[in-house]
Design a protein around this ligand. Structure first.
Ligand code: ZN
Length: 134
């Protein structure tokens, strides 16, 4: 399993990690021509998603998270550490994505990028990448 270290700068932020995931898959391509790649965050206040890397859309996604799950809405978890909205956004986003590998590379669609979504930054984060042959 490989690890990608990320330093986030905002409380909520989309970070494109496609290039780093591609590098990892490429480094294994001698071993894995066909298979799957799992990208996973170990944190309960972040997410992993696949979508288009377009400036307006990235702002729209952050606005949607704010609208769906606003901060400080009387959540019970806020009694402990005041970041219930961050956990709830993580629940909606999901903690991992799986991408097929074909011909030694990620079989992403033309407009698909892999994003780490920070929901409780800024922090130092670890994303794990597992490449499986099959
Ligand atoms: Zn918490």
């Amino acid at each position: 399993m490989e690890r990608i270290e990320i330093e986030t700068r905002q409380s909520t932020e989309l970070i494109d990690i496609t290039g780093k995931v591609k590098e990892i898959v490429k480094s294994k391509s001698g071993d894995v021509d066909s298979g799957i790649c799992v990208v996973f965050t170990k944190h309960t206040t972040s997410g992993i998603i696949i979508n288009e890397n377009e400036t307006g859309l990235k702002s729209d996604i952050l606005a949607l998270l704010n609208e769906l799950i606003p901060k400080g809405k009387g959540y019970l978890h806020d009694r402990i550490d005041d970041n219930a909205h961050s956990h709830l956004r993580s629940v909606v986003l999901g903690s991992s994505v799986t991408i097929p590998i074909e011909k030694g590379g990620l079989a992403l669609g033309t407009w698909q990028s892999i994003f780490f979504v920070e929901c409780d930054g800024p922090r130092r984060r670890d994303v794990y990448v597992k490449v499986i042959e099959g």
